[in-house]
Design a binder for this molecule. Structure first.
Ligand code: TYD
Length: 389
């Protein structure tokens, strides 16, 4: 049975930064979150058609921060050392930040956003401009052979039909191959109150408990789990064909930890929803009070996460003057739903009193480089509770 535990109201496509002329046709959907008492999977109540989110105008660049560029370089190094794969597949290769660390002859990539598939094809990495499906997996096996390493970062949680997606992995994986994927962790979201992990693209927020069953139903087995700090707390899951590898203690530890936090218990999710409501109330009180005192407030990082926060809390340009972001394709546009202008960072952080940290997951990187701002200004975040930095 699916239990709806959170309602974040009507929301736009989180990455759909728009021109003023596009406002009148803006698509919105009802963003709710459910817990499935059978599978333990946390998912959106309503899925958005994938082509509305992942298309030729997709704006999110994986290499848009040093943190993530370094992360993917280090990950490639670790996976090469551990598994020495001869053949590699990346699902959701974005701008190639991960596959660039491999020899192009060994790699096939799958990426539905044409703008990114063009970039990696031009670099010599064979990239199929497709969503990840069983027919695509069969095509790769036929044309290029099975894969020793299949990697997907912040991608499996985007896929609505997980059964087909995992079955396609099993089809494409070589007998001793490894499937490594990383996505935001449900446990971390519950712990940090980071409800802004929930938006159209994140069809599911994974626990190891739910993944273990989903993978097992498709001939795969989790054999290792690593906790990562990226994207506000993620899990890197290592899976293989059932029975082909020893199971590391980290799997049992993760399952026990999730059990202890109450991942099986519906009350855990209802309590999270109460915390989300309190967070909204506290953030609005803080912003209204700062505005009443005539402080200048902006937002730092035009993230998908901040789309959820601003639309759920009703924060528009009467509270936040503008959003600064380094991504050229977001600059000069309006934020989804609340239509706050997005501008470049240069020249737009002086004379600012407070900046809401839309990219709170890069707090360290941003605080390090914004020393000057922090001499007089403060960051505002809502994670794990509303506070000033
Ligand atoms: P991210 O938090 O990775 O994304 P999302 O919630 O969309 O998954 O997005 C980071 C955004 O913040 C991206 O648009 C780039 C921007 N950014 C800056 O503008 N300056 C910075 O210093 C950093 C680290 C990110």
């Amino acid at each position: 049975m699916k239990i709806k535990f959170l309602d974040l109201g009507m929301q736009p496509i989180a990455n759909n930064f728009l021109l003023p002329s596009e406002i009148k046709d803006e698509f919105k959907f009802h963003l709710t979150v459910t817990f499935d008492t059978n599978t333990k999977l946390v998912s959106l109540g309503e899925f958005v058609p994938p082509a509305r989110m992942f298309n030729d105008t997709y704006t999110y660049h994986s290499s848009g921060s040093n943190t993530m560029t370094n992360h993917f370089r280090d990950t490639a190094k670790i996976l090469k050392t551990k598994f020495n794969p001869e053949t590699v597949l990346e699902i959701g290769s974005n701008d190639g930040v991960f596959i660039k660390n491999f020899d192009s002859n060994s790699v096939v990539a799958v990426e539905p956003c044409g703008n990114f598939a063009n970039i990696t094809n031009a670099l010599g990495y064979k990239t199929l401009e497709e969503f990840w499906t069983l027919p695509v997996a069969k095509q790769i096996v036929k044309e290029n052979g099975s894969r020793d390493l299949i990697y997907a970062a912040n991608c499996m949680c985007h896929i609505q039909n997980l059964s087909e997606a995992f079955s396609a992995i099993e089809t494409c994986l070589s007998d001793n191959g490894v499937f490594v994927f990383e996505d935001p962790s449900l446990l971390q979201m519950l712990d940090r109150g980071s409800y802004d992990q929930i938006y159209d693209e994140h069809a599911h927020v994974f626990s190891i408990t739910a993944l273990k069953h989903l993978l097992a139903n498709n001939g795969l087995q989790v054999f290792n789990v690593e906790k990562l700090s990226v994207h506000g707390g993620s899990n890197r899951v290592y899976a293989c064909k059932t029975g082909t590898r020893d199971i590391d203690a980290s799997v049992r530890n993760s399952l026990s930890e999730e059990d202890a936090v109450g991942i099986y218990n519906v009350d855990t999710y209802h309590n999270f929803a109460k915390r989300v409501e309190q967070s909204k109330h506290q953030l609005l009180c803080l912003l209204l009070e700062l505005k009443r005192r005539n402080f200048k407030i902006i937002s730092y990082g035009a993230t998908s996460k901040s789309t959820t926060v601003f639309n759920y809390c009703g924060i528009d340009d009467s509270l936040i003057d503008y959003i600064i972001d380094t991504t050229p394709s977001k600059q000069g546009k309006l934020s989804p739903g609340m239509h706050i202008p997005v501008v470049c960072r240069e020249g737009n952080l002086s004379r600012v009193d407070y900046a809401f940290l839309g990219a709170w997951n890069y707090e360290e990187e941003i605080c390090n480089k914004e020393n000057d701002f922090l001499k007089t200004g403060r960051f505002i975040t809502h994670v794990p509770y509303v506070r000033l930095i």
